[in-house]
Design a binder for this molecule. Structure first.
Ligand code: ADP
Ligand code: MG
Length: 664
């Protein structure tokens, strides 16, 4: 029902309501107050200087008024509360003066000035205060629509015979002793008592979270219904491959591989997240999965977020498969037209068994012959739609997402609730934790001497700048400015290279290759190297202007070093306070760091796109209401299994997934 159908709302008000994102009466009903004021007569004797005061009484004398400037006035009068005479000051209420005749009963809201026995009032109302505490709703206002007006329109809307959809099934409403939906909406707008208001809050939050968890259940179920293929992977060949790897796998890697293999062998489609801190060794797990998929006779695709990373994966995969008759291809946006055409042809006719690429993989004209497995590296960087677009002529491929951004417990449940999760928690053996320092800019000489030490030992160093070019407004280091500085310091004896996103592809690759071969000792870079790059001889990373990055990104950057048994060093340089960064000195545990990041900055930057539209709850807050979330999750799972609903599931899924809080 559109808002203009309410009495008293004309075309002009419709525009005003639109500013608050309210178009329908239903929108209005969930436009909840952001605050509640408790109206209660103050106990006069316990008031201290500057306390808020609410009091009623009669006007004692004719108010005197003082006008200054245009439209500015100050009124003064005395109020008689029955036991006290108090002076009241109030600004800009001069227009009320004629109504404030002696003897008029009024209520005054303001601040008490004990010393002068006066009230600095912010509001005046005619009439006595109510005998019992009342709770007033306060809404975010907009020009032309005051909080009071909104409340009055809500009252009108509540009077309509609308049915408000309740997403909590009735048996749960009963079991939990919840008030019904209408009652709770009414309570949120027109609270009766604190207790009931609290109950209404709880119920409404629960409802949002219940619906959310239900959606996740639906997605999971729908995913599982998508038939994949039951792949035949010969155990012997699989084992043989693993035995001939250049290193032995960690227990968590083995476990993850088993879980993936199991998924691939089943007919249901794999929808799995492989989670592990930077450097924990996810790539090899991906490669092995691709090999299994190959053994079963299917093509695989691995998507990486950057060209550099795609190229690196391509090179290491080729090396790993040396001597085997597996065809590996690389598809990036920067291929020459002819090369690209060639690869596209080979993907379509099945000549290429495994392809590694960037976004280019999901562009319109990429077709596969029989794609059986899709892996996305650093999956949180891809949008949902991008993931969906891989075209396949055969069955639905298995899907594996890899992420090095550890997800706080709370979020794992919600964001990845529709997926199965494999975790790599321990690092490959022999790793020494990276020695980490947070330094102020003044301490750069110390950093330079530390760098020199490393260089003398024939090790290599990353230096990270937040920006590419000079910007006029900001005084941050750039790749260029650091190149200059580093050349001054070390250029005589060591080779220094530069890497940034604006360089041409071949240039980037050439620089990366030189670094890999130790022809370059110091690599100055923007955060393009943030994800995935693997150079074992690099034992030090220096990050300038660290205050510009989130903790999780800083942790990811640190993961570029410490990739073998050499002791590595990470230095975060900052112009501002060090406190925020100190957690990085204290721990190497990506989970702890992401929790801290989350606490400081909210979830936004952790997950980029995904949470944006997904979790815009009106009242619930995933973090604060975690206990309710768990309760709702349990109930939603049980409810989902409920026989009654299985019978009408298809209809029901649609209903849930179409409801206002969209997941994907
Ligand atoms: P990430 O999980 O961050 O993607 P990588 O897959 O790049 O990590 O692995 C980091 C480094 O550890 C690579 O050089 C890789 O070859 C190596 N590595 C992976 N697994 C093991 C293992 N089980 N034993 C020793 N080294 C390993
Ligand atoms: Mg990786």
């Amino acid at each position: 029902m559109l808002i203009q159908e309410l009495k008293g709302i004309g075309p002009k008000s419709v525009k005003t309501f639109e500013k608050l994102n309210i178009q329908t009466v239903e929108d209005l009903l969930v436009y909840y107050p952001y605050r509640y004021d408790f109206i209660k007569r103050s106990n006069f004797d316990s008031l201290k200087q500057d306390d808020p005061i609410i009091i009623d009484g009669t006007v004692e004398n004719i108010p005197s008024i003082f006008r200054f400037k245009k439209r500015l006035d100050r009124m003064v009068f005395t109020i008689n509360t029955g036991s006290n005479l108090l002076k009241v000051f109030i600004y800009n209420r001069g227009f009320l003066r004629s109504k404030l005749t002696p003897g008029t009963m009024i209520s005054v809201f303001g601040k008490y000035d004990l010393k002068h026995h006066t009230i600095i009032a912010s509001d005046l109302r005619f009439g006595k205060l109510p005998e019992h505490t009342t709770i007033e709703s306060v809404y975010h206002e907009t020009k032309g629509l005051s909080s009071k007006h909104i409340n009055q329109f809500v009252l009108k809307a509540m009077a309509l015979p609308l049915t408000l959809p309740d997403y909590i099934p009735s048996y749960l409403v009963e079991e939990k002793g919840f008030m019904n939906k209408r009652e709770s909406v009414e309570e949120l707008h027109f609270p009766s008592t604190i207790e009931r208001l609290k109950k209404a809050f709880y119920r409404s939050k629960y409802e949002e979270l219940f619906l959310f968890m239900l959606k996740i259940q639906c997605l999971k179920e729908l995913n599982q219904r998508k038939r994949g293929v039951a792949k035949k992977i010969e155990e012997e060949k699989a084992n043989e491959f693993i035995q001939h790897l250049p290193f032995s796998l960690t227990p968590d890697q083995k476990k993850s591989i088993e879980e993936i293999k199991q998924d691939m062998r089943e007919e249901k489609r794999m929808n799995r997240l492989l989670q592990g801190d930077v450097g924990s060794g996810k790539t090899i797990v991906a490669f092995i999965s691709m090999y299994f998929n190959y053994l079963a006779g299917y093509q695989s695709a691995l998507m990486a977020p950057t060209e550099i990373l795609a190229t690196q994966h391509y090179e290491s995969l080729k090396k790993l498969l040396k001597g085997k008759s597996v065809n590996v291809g690389l598809l990036t946006g920067k291929l020459k037209a002819k090369e690209k055409k060639e690869i596209l042809k080979k993907l379509e006719d099945g000549t290429i068994d495994m392809v590694i690429g960037t976004h280019a993989l999901i562009s319109e004209n990429v077709n596969f012959k029989n794609l059986g497995l899709v892996i996305t590296d650093e999956q949180h960087r891809f949008g949902v739609n991008q993931r969906k677009n891989l075209k396949n002529k055969g069955q639905t491929p298995d899907i594996l997402y890899m992420s090095a951004t550890p997800i706080p417990r709370t979020y794992a449940l919600t964001i990845y609730g529709d997926m199965d999760v494999s975790s790599i928690k321990t690092m490959p053996s022999g790793r020494i934790p990276v020695k980490t320092y947070v330094k102020m800019e003044e301490e750069i000489p110390w950093v330079l001497s530390k760098m020199l030490q490393e260089l003398m030992e024939h090790h290599q160093i990353y230096v990270i700048a937040p920006l590419i070019e000079e910007s006029e407004t900001m005084s941050f280091e750039t790749v260029d400015s650091l190149y200059e500085k580093m050349t001054k310091a070390f250029g005589k004896y060591f080779k220094i290279g530069m890497l940034h996103g604006k360089m041409k592809n071949e240039e980037k690759e050439k620089v990366m290759e030189s670094f890999q071969k130790n022809e370059i000792q110091i690599l100055i870079s923007t955060t393009v190297i943030e994800v995935g790059v693997d150079v074992k001889n690099a034992t030090m990373i220096v990050i300038f202007d660290s205050e510009r990055f989130g903790l999780s990104s800083l942790h990811q950057l640190r993961g570029r070093v410490g990739r073998n048994s050499l002791e590595s060093t990470c230095v975060y340089i900052t112009k501002q306070k060090k406190e925020r960064l100190e957690v990085l000195e204290k721990t190497n545990d990506g989970f702890v760091i992401s929790e801290e990041d989350f606490r400081l900055r909210g979830s936004g930057e952790l997950f980029g796109y995904r949470q944006s539209g997904d979790m815009n709850f009106k009242l619930a807050d995933i973090k604060q209401d975690y206990a309710i979330l768990l309760e709702a999750k349990k109930d939603a799972e049980q409810f989902f299994k409920h026989k009654k609903y299985l019978e009408e599931q298809n209809h029901y899924f649609k209903k849930i997934l179409d409801s206002s809080m969209g997941l994907d």
